[in-house]
Design a binder for this molecule. Structure first.
Ligand SMILES: CC(C)(COP(=O)(O)OP(=O)(O)OC[C@H]1O[C@@H](n2cnc3c(N)ncnc32)[C@H](O)[C@@H]1OP(=O)(O)O)[C@@H](O)C(=O)NCCC(=O)NCCS
Length: 199
């Protein structure tokens, strides 16, 4: 078994199995916010993957560049390479096809370099929103949608994430979505949060 195979999810979600083939996209439920309609999708088609690369290469997005490793993940390296890890990406797309936000999850053990310990099967999860939609209140409904999907199709598994300690918008969002603060990691000083009880 290769490293990538070890991390692969084989998740049946209704009529389809995840992860989808590379660049396959399935449109799910629309979300209405601020009088605008957004579609939620699972899997990124080539156009959305290209938008993700452009966003990740954007050095003028200082919050994204300082708060994430997306420049390395999707700009220096490729979406195609990343997708082999078996992560499941969800996108929020506006009426013109613009990538408004992204959430992904996938199997990853709880980091060991923290005082917090908890047994179980773990996935990691990550959240991004992009201008002009950052800070517009989209992430709570979009996050709730993805977590409901997670609870249904990844039942019994636990979620962890990490964020910069000064990311107040992120921490507020994660608390609203049911994540609990678990202290910082010694390795990178980032704040660890977990969600272990689905509603
Ligand atoms: C973190 C991130 C995903 C949050 O998304 P967002 O678009 O700002 O989120 P929303 O507008 O939906 O707001 C979510 C909650 O945070 C609150 N919030 C927003 N900005 C805030 C701030 N500066 N301080 C405190 N709370 C804030 C909102 O009020 C909202 O809570 P509410 O519904 O109770 O009002 C987004 O800021 C982002 O992508 N940042 C850059 C990349 C990044 O850091 N990602 C996270 C890496 S861990």
């Amino acid at each position: 078994m290769t490293k990538n195979q070890k991390h692969t999810i084989d998740m049946t979600a209704g009529s389809f199995t995840l992860p989808l083939p590379l660049f396959e996209r399935i449109d799910l439920t629309p979300i209405e916010k601020n009088g605008e309609s957004f579609v939620t999708v699972v899997g990124l088609d080539q156009d959305l993957a290209t938008q993700l690369t452009v966003r990740s290469c954007d050095k003028s997005d200082t919050a994204l560049q300082s708060g994430t490793s997306d420049h390395k993940r999707f700009c220096k390296n490729s979406y195609e390479e990343w997708y082999k890890k078996g992560r499941i990406p969800f996108a929020l797309v506006d009426g013109k096809g613009i990538l408004a936000a992204l959430i992904w999850f996938g199997p990853e053990p709880l980091p060991l370099d923290s005082l917090y310990k908890s047994a179980g099967e773990w996935d990691t999860i990550a959240f991004r929103s992009y201008e002009p939609y950052r800070g517009k209140g989209l992430m709570t409904p979009f996050g709730s949608f993805v977590l409901t999907f997670f609870d249904k199709h990844r039942s019994g598994r636990k979620l962890w994430l990490e964020t910069n300690v000064d990311n107040s918008a992120g921490v507020r969002l994660y608390e609203k979505l049911g994540f609990v603060a678990r202290g910082t990691r010694t390795g990178n000083g980032r704040f660890l949060m977990t969600r272990e009880d689905s509603p």
